[in-house]
Design a protein around this ligand. Structure first.
Ligand SMILES: [Fe+2]
Length: 353
C-alpha cells in the first residue's frame, strides 16, 4: 500500500512505561494529543509550542486503569474537546467516535477502529503510515483483559479481524512500552509477538485468562478519576501547594527565638499526636475541625500563621483552606513535625500551658 506522504510533526512522550503522542499537521499547525498523562502536562504544552503546533483534540484510546489521564484538565485549560470511543463511561467526553469515523486534524485524518477487549471502550487510531494501538496491541504483547470491562474473546476478534488486518508495513505505536523500543510494525507483531501465536480463538482466550497478572498500582484511584473526571490526591495537593507560600524549618526555628511578629504556630494534627511531641508554643487546631473552630481559635485574620502537620501534606491543605477563608498570613511549613524532629530542633511533650 502506498501512503500519502503528508508532512507531519510527531512527538513521543515517555512517562515510565506509558507513552503519549502528539501528531500534528505541518501545513495547518493543528495537532492531536493521544493518551496524555497528568504528570506530563507542561511537557506536552512545551513540545507543541516548540513544534509550532496547536493541540485541537485530546484523545484517550480507552479508560486507563494504570495512570491518570490529563484529557479533562487539558480540555479545561485549552478549551478543546476530549475524544473517546462512544462506549466510554466518562461523562466529560465531548466527542464520541464510533468505528470507522474520522477525526480531522488539519490535513491529517485519524480513523478510529473500535477494538474492545482490553476494555469495552478501546479504540485504535490510524493515520498515514501508523496506528496508535492504545493497549489493544503492544510491542511483543497485548493489553490485559482481566480489568473492568475486559473481554479476551473480544480482544481476539479486535486483533485478528481488526488491527492486525492493516497493511503489514503500518507502524505500531502503543500506549505502553517497557523496553524502550520506539515502535514496531503490524508485520513484525504478526511474526514475533508471542501472544499472537495462538491463532485459535479458544486457545487465545485460555491464555489470556491464565496470565495471573498483579493489579496495577493506583487502579482504584485511576478508574475513579478517569471515569468520573474527579481529581487525584496528587492534584488536590498540588493545587493547594500552588496557592500557598511555604516557610523552611530553618526560618521557623529563627522566628521562634525570640518569637517574632506575633507568629502563631498552628499544629493541625490530632491531640494525641501533639501530646507526644510538638513545636514549643504551638496551638492545636486539628485539620478535621479547622473550618468549624477557626472563628473561636483565630480571631485576627491578619496574623501570620505557620501551619504544620506530621509530613507537610495535611498542613498544605489546611493552609490553602485558611487562605481561602481570608487568613492572608497563613504559611505552610516546608516539611513537617517529622523533619523538625529529625533536624534535632526543640520538641515539647504534653499539653501547652
Ligand atoms: Fe490500559
Amino acid at each position: 500500500m502506498e501512503f500519502a506522504e503528508l508532512p507531519m510533526k510527531f512527538e513521543t512522550v515517555v512517562a515510565g512505561g506509558c507513552r503519549s503522542y502528539i501528531i500534528g499537521c505541518e501545513e495547518t499547525c493543528a495537532a492531536a494529543l493521544i493518551d496524555p498523562d497528568l504528570s506530563q502536562i507542561d511537557r506536552y504544552l512545551a513540545l507543541a509550542a516548540k513544534d509550532g503546533l496547536r493541540i485541537r483534540y485530546l484523545v484517550d484510546t480507552h479508560t486507563h486503569a494504570d495512570h491518570f489521564s490529563a484529557t479533562q484538565q487539558l480540555a479545561r485549560q485549552l478549551g478543546v474537546p476530549v475524544v473517546m470511543h462512544d462506549a466510554s463511561p466518562a461523562p466529560f467526553v465531548d466527542l464520541r467516535l464510533r468505528g470507522g469515523e474520522l477525526l480531522i486534524v488539519g490535513r491529517l485524518r485519524l480513523r478510529a477502529i473500535h477494538t474492545p477487549g482490553h476494555t469495552r471502550d478501546s479504540m485504535c487510531l490510524c493515520v498515514e503510515d501508523r496506528v496508535f494501538t492504545g493497549d489493544t496491541l503492544l510491542i511483543g504483547g497485548t493489553g490485559r483483559t482481566d480489568l473492568p470491562s475486559g473481554d479476551a474473546g473480544a480482544l481476539y476478534d479486535s486483533l485478528f479481524e481488526g488491527v492486525l488486518t492493516l497493511d503489514p508495513t503500518t507502524k505500531v505505536f502503543p500506549a505502553h512500552e517497557y523496553k524502550g523500543r520506539s515502535h514496531s510494525t503490524i508485520g513484525q507483531e504478526l511474526t514475533d509477538n508471542p501472544r499472537l501465536q495462538k491463532r485459535d480463538r479458544g486457545a487465545f482466550i485460555e491464555m489470556m485468562q491464565n496470565l495471573n497478572l498483579t493489579m496495577p498500582t493506583h487502579v482504584t484511584e485511576a478508574l475513579r478519576t478517569n471515569m468520573s473526571g474527579g481529581k487525584t490526591v496528587a492534584q488536590m495537593l498540588s493545587e493547594a501547594a500552588a496557592a500557598v507560600p511555604f516557610m523552611s524549618l530553618v526560618e521557623l526555628k529563627a522566628c521562634l527565638e525570640p518569637r517574632k511578629d506575633g507568629l502563631i504556630v498552628l499544629d493541625v494534627r490530632e491531640r494525641d499526636a501533639i501530646e507526644e511531641g510538638h513545636i514549643p508554643g504551638a496551638q492545636l487546631l486539628p485539620r478535621g475541625q479547622l473550618e468549624l473552630r477557626v472563628n473561636d481559635e483565630l480571631a485576627d485574620p491578619t496574623r501570620r500563621i505557620l501551619v504544620y502537620c506530621e509530613f507537610g501534606r495535611v498542613s498544605t491543605l489546611a493552609t490553602a483552606t485558611l487562605r481561602q477563608m481570608g487568613f492572608r498570613g497563613a504559611v505552610a511549613l516546608d516539611g513537617g513535625m517529622k523533619a523538625w524532629r529529625d533536624a534535632g530542633y526543640a520538641v515539647r511533650e504534653g499539653k501547652e500551658p
